[in-house]
Design a protein around this ligand. Sequence first.
Ligand code: GDP
Ligand code: IMO
Ligand code: MG
Length: 424
Amino acid sequence: MATKVVIGAQWGDEGKGKIIDILAQQAEVVVRSQGGNNAGHTVEVKGEQYKLHLIPSGILNPGTLCIIGNGVVIDPGALLEELDMLTKRGISTDNLKIDARAHIIFPYHRELDRLSEAARGKEDIGTTGRGIGPAYMDKAERSGIRMCDLMNEEVFIEKVKRNVFIKNQIIEKVYGGSPLNADDIIKEYLEYAKHIKKYVCDTTILLYEAIKAGKNVLFEGAQGTLLDLDLGTYPYVTSSHPVSGGVCIGAGIGPTMIDECIGVVKAYLTRVGKGPFPTELFDEIGERIRRKGNEYGTTTGRPRRCGWFDAVIVKYAVRTSGLTSIVVNKMDTLGGLDKVKICVGYKKGDEIITEFPPSLEELALCEPVYEEMDGWEENIGHIRKYEDLPENARKYIERLEQLCGVKVSMIGVGPGRDQNIIRA
Ligand code: GDP
Ligand code: IMO
Ligand code: MG
């Protein structure tokens, strides 16, 4: 198996957590390298559902080393809540390691996330409100506070005082908000530090040694290609790099250490938060998909916007992440429809385009061009072999392969760990 990167090839929530949990059964190490607790990865094992935000989904496999890499932004309160949830449910977290370089989310990041969204009014991004953008802003501005700082009380106190002073100026003078108290934050975070200390180390060394020893390593992407800060539908994106390239920086490895890049997609498309979505459905079918697929955000509970599969987007993900194969989840959710549609290109005036445009203004002029196919049976959740899938479902998968220019290596027919079809 060696090293595999698993990323979202749409707008997030493609079922990455489930795929990581399945692949982790043969992996020795699972690594998160970007994002924070804006992510929500749902894993179902033997009818039990786990919702993970920060901790790699590999944690459900005893013995798997789970790493939160340097590129992740960590809200320590949220981390401890998740650790507590796992412990209470009998899952050991002894195998967790957190990189000392990872940046920390503070209450002023959450507050600035909220205030800047409110100030944007109708133009808001629809963030998860977890302080992700402001934490990455501090990192880029070189004023962020890292895990290694939290481990050094003196340094930590000084840095928090300095930051709170500046953030309070912005909170009060720019946004008219209420200032935060540095001493309260210091007290709260130093308490967290006592519980987190044992997990913190230089994970880049652990990872390098694991890869050098030929161990099976999985990189668990968060968010998805079109939420990438550089390659997504900017500014309606997150502040990290969910594409495969983000793994190198966020985990501290070189590109030559990656063997495979797997993209995860849904058989249709969803988006949570604002921003363009050419194939969005506002009708009965969109509602049916939302209901049947239980399309509500794992992190915020917001209803997800639903639409037809967009091959232009997935082709773009194949290109920008060098995907070697894709996993198509939720084929069961799409079952029971008479007809299904795939977006094969966009009509822009008299022109047909098949590459995802960089500009939102250009995207707004694009009308999806659909290809219609016959649907398949409602209940396919019990199927485990590709040849047992209804013929129309197989035709759909094979058409996706042609349009996206990539092999489909796995097909999801339900949320359970075993509800998958592996293709040779
Ligand atoms: P992630 O953020 O990419 O890990 O995805 P989420 O966990 O946010 O959302 C995916 C949802 O779909 C979760 O509730 C999964 O349990 C569920 N899921 C994953 N694969 C399948 C599938 O093949 N069929 C069905 N019905 N549900 C699935
Ligand atoms: P997983 O890992 C879907 C979206 C938010 C918003 C935008 C910016 O579960 O696939 P942020 O809080 O990151 O600044 O919000 O990104 N978003 C996600 N959408 N799945 C996610 O993660 C997401 N994480 C962030 O809804 O539109
Ligand atoms: Mg999710």
